[in-house]
Design a protein around this ligand. Sequence first.
Ligand SMILES: NC(=O)c1ccc[n+]([C@@H]2O[C@H](COP(=O)([O-])OP(=O)(O)OC[C@H]3O[C@@H](n4cnc5c(N)ncnc54)[C@H](OP(=O)(O)O)[C@@H]3O)[C@@H](O)[C@H]2O)c1
Length: 265
Amino acid sequence: MARKRKGEGQTALVTGASAGIGVDLAECFAKNGYDLILTARSAPALDEVAVRLASAHDVKATTIAQDLGAIGGGAKLAAEIKQRGLSVDVLVNNAGYGSAGALTHSSIEEQLGMIDLNDRALVELTYLFWNDMLANKRGGLLNVASTAAFQPGPLMAVYYASKAFVLSFSEALWEEARGTGVKVSCLCPGPTASKFRERAGTGTKRLAQSGVMPSMPVALQGYRAFERNQRVIIPGMRNVMLATVARTLPRTQVLRTVRRLQEPA
Ligand SMILES: NC(=O)c1ccc[n+]([C@@H]2O[C@H](COP(=O)([O-])OP(=O)(O)OC[C@H]3O[C@@H](n4cnc5c(N)ncnc54)[C@H](OP(=O)(O)O)[C@@H]3O)[C@@H](O)[C@H]2O)c1
């Protein structure tokens, strides 16, 4: 008889599952037997991922296209999930974007949109599924922050701050969930190959010139950390080192270094 997979009988909702790290996170959960609910804005891309993962890993995969940057997008998604008779054991808050450049002359819609997607929707979805997770004493939360979370980011200020929020929020919930059976992990990737850097405009920055990791090892480390309820996971030795140094150096020095890294190479 085949061995029961870890996630069998559970469902993982993965946001931002149409591209990049989200696709690979969805694959890690599917491989371990979790059924999937995949969401992002691009329905055709989501459908492609769902068909591939369902057949490769013998799980159910449902897609729901939703703009999570829209106010109330999380509530709409949760209502649709309920209406379809589905439930969520694990919430993977991965959808997010960055926008590089000085605050001056930037677009306020772009800046606030980052907070709406990276933080607001993440809190909204967490709030909507958290009580059931605690009541069921299983499942949990895998939030995707960034190594940007460990220090302020001149020339990408809102993005760095939005990810510091994700890290702080996740660590606090890890403690709130301690002893309940509900797991919380915060995945903090450094530069990773995906569509992110193109959208963020960071492809030419010093920071992105080396040490870019492929998305699957990043996702896999996030998945494994989640399963062992590891509070924070930073994939890659270089990224661990940079995050550690950022917490120990004088703040002014860190600010100048990050500014230099955010400048074009
Ligand atoms: N790549 C990196 O270097 C890096 C480093 C650190 C942290 N991260 C974080 O990793 C996460 C995933 O990023 P990625 O690198 O995989 O980027 P990506 O390839 O650009 O993927 C982003 C995903 O988010 C979805 N998304 C974007 N806007 C959305 C919206 N308004 N509503 C719903 N979904 C939306 C996108 O799908 P649609 O466009 O179809 O909506 C896509 O599925 C993000 O939170 C990012 O901040 C990335």
